[in-house]
Design a protein around this ligand. Structure first.
Ligand code: DGJ
Length: 696
């Protein structure tokens, strides 16, 4: 049983290795009492947790509440803020009941006077050591209730000695890992852009002296692609308070009589085995439960994307030539990026007019699609459905379909406006447009882009509380569009992209088959991005392309290939301009990748070495008896060779065949993990791939 309950007051969520315990305390508060290594005897927690109280420090503020409402002399960060029809802003709750089955617990908090109920819902994934939490707020009265904050979850961690990891970034610099101690006050990580964005990821990671192999790590990821807020607060009472959910800035939600609001879920866990333990728990839950089912168990195809080869200058004949080259090197999916639709010559025009441009495709898009198919590949297309340019037919016909304020000029980002998805006619148009595009053409993949943030939180003709419902309504309708499309076209693979990696979150994972990680394809930058990204998300969900060397740096094609082979491989070079040897190298490595991709995309991931601490980067993937290691040297150092890479996760008593830089070795797992493999990496931008095989 994953749920254990003691005397109707202690609730334990038990996973394979961990326990998460709650308690109805002496003051009737639902408090958090333990999260860590598994403890089976939960009766041991039947003791007072009461702290001494004085007029400035009341129990409500001191207690690690499981879901603290605003008010009642609470000054810590709270999870819920609401207003009843008479202006009362205080949710005074009692735990009035619970429901439990094998893996699910639901705790009911009810106001002592007003007809309002909060349901805290927990789903336990025992084998994966993950707890899923979300919250539902219900109005069962006859008057409106206005929610001003409704977080998905709150967590209390004993002690205030944590370090917090986040991923601050920007376009082309996604997943820039930052780490700080949490002492004294609050840290807030958030997005107010109407999307996940690059500046932070909707997650918390708090650790105590953790490294890749050891140390305690607490973590939680929010499954939401809109405005989010994560607050980490070191309280003065020696515990750390974490609140995670939809951002309450400019948020409100009117609950009419009989209505309820369900928050996005948080997937949370504890690892006593450092960051590897965290990543592997997260990767497993995503593979097993979150990725869209259709492709969850299948490896992603090697794709070619023409963006860096042609930018907006898409022309049928040139694309056909690219497709021929792509097929000849082993590509399986050919994708035309931005620039294929009516009048799109640059980024100032045409978004919204999603029909093939007759100047570029005089015989329609099907001519290219048929050609691609005749070469044995599938066809894919770029699209940015949530946006419109002023210079477009769609905008000229529907200038009122965008977010705007009546007496203000409309803000532009990348010359475009955001369509107002709170309007039902816009939602219907979008579903109809996408449905038609996919029905008229044999398109098997979409790269769904989003290249600007929402700037105007304006919805025509609405004001105050209802007005602020726009952000979340936008998200719900965005998900509805993608969900409807998937139902109608279940065979179409969809990639989430937002100016690179601005839409990498577990909310998007429910609807999209993969994420575009970054527009930065410089292999060295990319390896750092990939390393941080892998803390949260699996390699399969990380589209990685080899492109022509960007201007900053000339990097060998082999190094670039190896870097991209660490994820779901894509090719973005201008194949028409490559030399024969380069095409041959691409072909050779694509063949290799197809043999190892099950291991890379589905294997357990170990970060063995990092540029920052070790001068090289090495990453290992292990799946059953097969393993792959990639190692990268950015800049050679005289006299440094050989580099020694110790493997992880092997059976100490197993025997492994190691294929490394032309040598075939047979070694025990214990030797490979304790002594390691010696590799030679020379000069600047050298790399190698090692294959391992468990023989017995
Ligand atoms: C931003 C994406 O991240 C790029 O890969 C590319 O698709 C461009 N948009 C196209 O406009």
């Amino acid at each position: 049983m994953a749920i254990n309950i003691y005397q109707d007051k202690i609730f334990a969520l038990q996973t394979k290795n961990n326990s998460y315990l709650l308690k109805k305390d002496e003051n009737g508060l639902l408090s958090h009492v333990y999260w860590g290594k598994r403890i089976d005897c939960i009766a041991d927690f039947d003791e007072t947790t009461q702290r001494s109280e004085n007029s400035y420090h009341l129990h409500v503020d001191q207690t690690m509440e499981e879901y603290a409402p605003f008010g009642g002399m609470r000054y810590k960060e709270t999870a819920l803020k609401l207003e009843f029809c008479d202006g009362t802003k205080d949710f005074r709750y009692r735990l009035t009941g619970y429901e439990a089955d094998e893996n699910r617990l639901e705790l009911i908090l009810e106001d002592v006077f007003y007809p309002c109920r909060v349901r805290l819902i927990y789903q336990v994934y025992e084998a994966e050591d993950i707890i899923r939490r979300h919250t539902v707020v219900e109005n069962f009265g006859t008057e409106d209730i206005v929610l001003e904050k409704c977080a998905s979850a709150q967590f209390g961690l004993a002690g205030c000695d944590y370090r917090s990891i986040q991923f601050n970034g920007t376009w082309a610099k996604e997943f820039f890992r930052q780490e700080d101690s949490v002492r004294g006050g609050k840290k807030v990580y958030e997005s107010m852009r109407g999307s996940t964005a690059h500046v932070a990821n909707p997650c918390f990671i708090l650790h105590r002296e953790a490294d890749e192999e050891k140390g305690e790590v607490y973590f939680g990821l929010l499954a939401y692609s809109g405005n989010f807020k994560v607050t980490v607060e070191a309280t003065p009472y020696d515990w750390t308070n974490v609140v995670i959910g939809i951002n309450d800035t400019d948020f409100s939600w009117v609950l009419k009589p009989g209505e309820s609001l369900e928050t996005p879920a948080v997937y949370a866990g504890y690892s006593a085995e450092g960051f590897t333990g965290m990543s592997q728990r997260l990767h497993r839950i995503q593979h097993r439960y979150l990725m869209p089912k259709k492709l969850a168990d299948q490896p992603l195809k090697v794709l070619y994307n023409s963006w860096y080869a042609t930018y907006f200058d898409v022309r049928c004949e040139e694309q056909k030539k690219l497709a021929e080259k792509a097929a000849s090197i082993g590509v399986e999916l050919f994708v035309v990026d931005d620039g294929w639709f009516l009048g799109r010559k640059d980024d100032t025009r045409a978004l919204g007019d999603w029909t093939p441009d007759p100047d570029k495709f005089p015989n329609g898009l099907n001519e290219l699609i048929d050609h691609v198919k005749s070469l044995g590949m599938e066809f894919g297309l770029w699209i940015e459905p949530e946006m419109v340019n002023e210079n477009s037919r769609l905008y000229r016909e529907h200038p009122d379909w965008i977010y705007r304020f009546p007496n203000r000029s409309v803000l532009k980002g990348r010359n475009q406006y955001v369509l107002d998805l709170t309007k039902e006619e816009v939602v219907s148009w979008m579903i109809g447009m996408l449905d038609k595009l996919l029905s008229d053409h044999d398109i098997r993949y979409l790269k769904w882009d989003m290249n600007r943030a929402i700037g105007e939180n304006g919805v025509y003709g609405k004001h105050s509380a209802e007005h602020k419902m726009m952000w979340h309504t936008h998200m719900l309708n965005f998900y509805r569009v993608v969900k409807t499309l998937r139902e109608r076209h279940p065979d179409v693979e969809i990639e989430a992209c937002a100016s690179g990696g601005g839409r990498a979150d577990l909310g998007a994972m429910t609807y999209f088959d993969e994420y575009w990680t970054s527009d930065n394809t410089d292999p060295l930058d990319r390896l750092s991005i990939q390393e941080s990204y892998s803390l949260l998300y699996p390699a399969k969900y990380m589209r990685a392309w080899v492109t022509d060397s960007p201007e900053e740096r000339k990097v060998s094609l082999r190094f670039a290939l190896h870097a991209a082979m660490c994820g779901s491989l894509g090719i973005g070079c201008n194949l028409n301009a490559l030399r024969r040897e380069e095409l041959e190298l691409l072909k050779e490595q694509i063949t290799v990748y197809k043999k190892i991709r099950m291991t890379v995309q589905f294997g357990e991931l170990y970060r063995l070495k990092s540029f920052e601490t070790d001068g090289i980067q090495a990453v290992e993937y292990l799946r059953g008896a097969e393993g792959v290691v990639f190692a990268f040297l950015p800049a050679g150092r005289y006299g440094k060779n050989p580099y020694c890479v110790k493997l992880r996760g092997l059976r100490a008593d197993g025997t492994y065949r190691v294929n490394c830089q032309g040598r075939v070795l047979e070694k025990s797992g214990a030797y490979l993990m304790e002594v390691g493999i010696k590799i030679q990496l020379h000069g600047d931008y050298d790399s190698c791939m090692i294959q391992i095989n468990n023989m017995v």
